[in-house]
Design a protein around this ligand. Structure first.
Ligand SMILES: Nc1ncnc2c1ncn2[C@@H]1O[C@H](COP(=O)(O)OP(=O)(O)OP(=O)(O)O)[C@@H](O)[C@H]1O
Length: 126
């Protein structure tokens, strides 16, 4: 039983190490984290609804997850194919495409949620 919990604890530690490594080594990842902090600040400032929080947190989680998967794929590709190879390029392009789609989706969700709040704010203060 003790070994079981030790293994789970170690898996959790390795996962945290992976997240920390992505934040330290990937400039895009730091940008996503910064965007997530800005979105959270806006969420608190406009006191968005529970459903809107779920959509915002869900889309931020998706972008960060896609970026970590992209980094993992890039790392494996660099390991198995350090030299130029069209398949290696395709794998990296596909992974980058997945990140782009999640980022565009998150941007659309953010705009749909925050635009009415921003317009109402502008009407009151300008
Ligand atoms: N081994 C390779 N063979 C063929 N094309 C490659 C190879 N490595 C990279 N490429 C091409 O160059 C592009 C950029 O690759 P790179 O490894 O620099 O990723 P990146 O998008 O710059 O990563 P990062 O997220 O670190 O900025 C890839 O999307 C791919 O089109």
């Amino acid at each position: 039983m003790r070994t079981y919990f030790k293994k789970r604890y170690n898996s959790f530690r390795f996962a945290l190490r992976g997240i920390s490594s992505a934040v330290r080594s990937e400039p895009h990842m730091r940008l996503h984290v910064l965007a997530a902090v800005a979105v959270a600040a806006l969420g608190f400032a406009f006191d968005v609804t529970k459903t809107e929080w779920c959509l915002l947190v869900g889309s931020m989680g998706l972008v960060v997850t896609a970026e970590i998967m992209n980094t993992a794929i890039e790392t494996v590709v660099n390991l198995v194919s350090p030299k130029y190879n069209p398949l290696a390029g395709k794998a990296k392009d596909l992974a980058a495409g997945a990140v782009l789609i999640t980022a565009i989706t998150a941007a659309i969700i953010g705009t749909v949620i925050f635009l009415p709040y921003l317009l109402a704010f502008a009407q009151v203060y300008f």
